[in-house]
Design a protein. Sequence first.
Length: 333
Amino acid sequence: MTPLVTTDAIVVESFVGPKDERSLADDVLDGLTRPFKELPPKHFYDARGGELFDRICELPEYYPTRAERAILEARAADVVAATGAAELVELGSGTAAKSRLLLHAMRAAGTLRRYVPVDVTEALVLATAAELVDELPGLRVHGIVGDFERHLGHVPEAEPGAPRIVAFLGGTIGNFPPGSRRRFLRGLARMLRPTIDHLLLGTDLVKDPALLEAAYDDAQGVTAEFNRNVLRVVNRELAADFDVESFEHVAFFDPEREWIEMRLRACRRMDVRVDALALEVAFAPREELRTEISAKFTPARLEDDLAAAGLRLTEVMTDRDGHFALSLSTPGR
Ligand code: AVJ
């Protein structure tokens, strides 16, 4: 693998092609031919989807981003003191808006050595790397352009004696159904050395269903547009002809499974053609396509899920409303 950039302070390696639509094709073929249609949420995030998600984070109803930021603002120094972290690996780093708080706390504590952002968007990894080495003299950045579900094997080895935090923020762990969630957490645990390294995990918490549902069905309809955007992605990337506006946004809390589900409901009977896959997909009137689950946690279930992956909770931090949790855990029992 030839790095995209190498300077004294920055190395960025890419593991995705310029058009990495293979996984989209597989997911569409697989998901749209099931008895209950489904598409995985990772395909929301093209350029427009990314912008819509940024707008969601600013919505009055969408509390998770603000709650998690408030926790980090209050507790970043404690996290660094508790872990002695010299290195931060971040999965889905984006613009590093929240991890910046940690990097600055690491610098203040005198422990900061390296940041390893992992994100599918090359431009974000490059821009963030350049900004951060400027902002934090002495910092080295080793960026990985890749999918955190497929490319974790390319994360560089931890440096001997340098405590590492692997951060997975925003509550994105909630997108995994329970079985894959456990498998994914086990994969993260394998990146951590017992006693020296920690997982820093953001999880949204179970709360009043009305608050949860408002967060995923906002008054301005931004989440509805974000949801429908996945159909625009399929239209563009796979030459499909979804009539995007004929799908209605649905979001509800499933109290049994303790997750939010987002779906797209066909307003009428439709036959959709996906040219790139030579596929015809029929939708019955009011038929629903599941586009996302977003699991909400109780502290007990968080502890169980981590334990099942071989991780022991060492700290749970919440915002003042108790809406969101950031936890530290380490391999062991
Ligand atoms: C980025 C997965 C954490 O589940 O809350 C926001 C995505 N979906 N509104 C979430 C999302 C609808 C978000 N995550």
